[in-house]
Ligand binder design. Sequence first.
Ligand SMILES: NC(=O)c1ccc[n+]([C@@H]2O[C@H](COP(=O)([O-])OP(=O)(O)OC[C@H]3O[C@@H](n4cnc5c(N)ncnc54)[C@H](OP(=O)(O)O)[C@@H]3O)[C@@H](O)[C@H]2O)c1
Length: 232
Amino acid sequence: MASNGKRLCVIGASGKLGRYMVRLALERGYEVVGVCREKSVPKLAEFAGRITVHPGRTNDPAVIARAVRGCDAVLTVLVPFGVDGYASGTAQAVLDHARPGARLVFSCGWHISRDGRDVYPWHFRAMAAVVGRLAKLLRVIDVGDQVEACRRVFASDTAWTVVRGSDLEEGESQGLPVWSHHVGDPVLASNRTRRVDYARFMVEAVEDDALVRQAPAIVGRLTPSALAHAGT
Ligand SMILES: NC(=O)c1ccc[n+]([C@@H]2O[C@H](COP(=O)([O-])OP(=O)(O)OC[C@H]3O[C@@H](n4cnc5c(N)ncnc54)[C@H](OP(=O)(O)O)[C@@H]3O)[C@@H](O)[C@H]2O)c1
């Protein structure tokens, strides 16, 4: 694939979403840089020789500063794991070190609300409350830290996009997901997106100026709700 002359960094490159994004970015001709924890570098073996990897914790400002240097775009997986401010630390490092004007695209879940105008189904709220509390008790997930990470992104004057993912599943691509400004829009009701298509949305957002300073909530384009309501 010919180079498109642009450099793109994937923060959290070794995860499932991260690896899809690396693959798609390479297909689109980006020079790709990745950041992941040292122990996860082997998960990027399939890209050996084709990407530059910066091993380290993604909330380490020194690691991020090195990785994003000269990048036109930074795609960041906001991790809800850990209870030591990992997601907010990661977001802060990207906001502080990406070059001015770079396109910054962040991933998170529907539970993030930019303006408080999202309307959540009761079962979504119940599940979020139970899982959130249990996970925090067990010290594995801190959803609140992803909220803090996004609060900092929303407040920044960078060229950000926060892509709010529905429940995810594996499977063949169905094409670019459809999106809405707010959860509660009937188009999103199916609450299901293929992970590969989430990655596609993240990568394509880089070139879509209409998504700058937007927080699209996405859903698979072939889900029943998208088929019934897209474009209405
Ligand atoms: N799963 C869903 O149904 C769902 C729904 C909506 C939105 N999302 C969003 O989609 C994004 C990707 O989520 P995913 O579920 O598909 O997972 P994923 O892509 O596999 O990503 C998980 C990430 O978390 C890192 N990680 C795991 N344990 C960690 C720890 N203890 N400390 C630090 N980092 C750790 C992984 O790094 P290593 O490779 O180093 O382990 C990897 O980068 C997230 O932003 C998530 O909020 C997911």
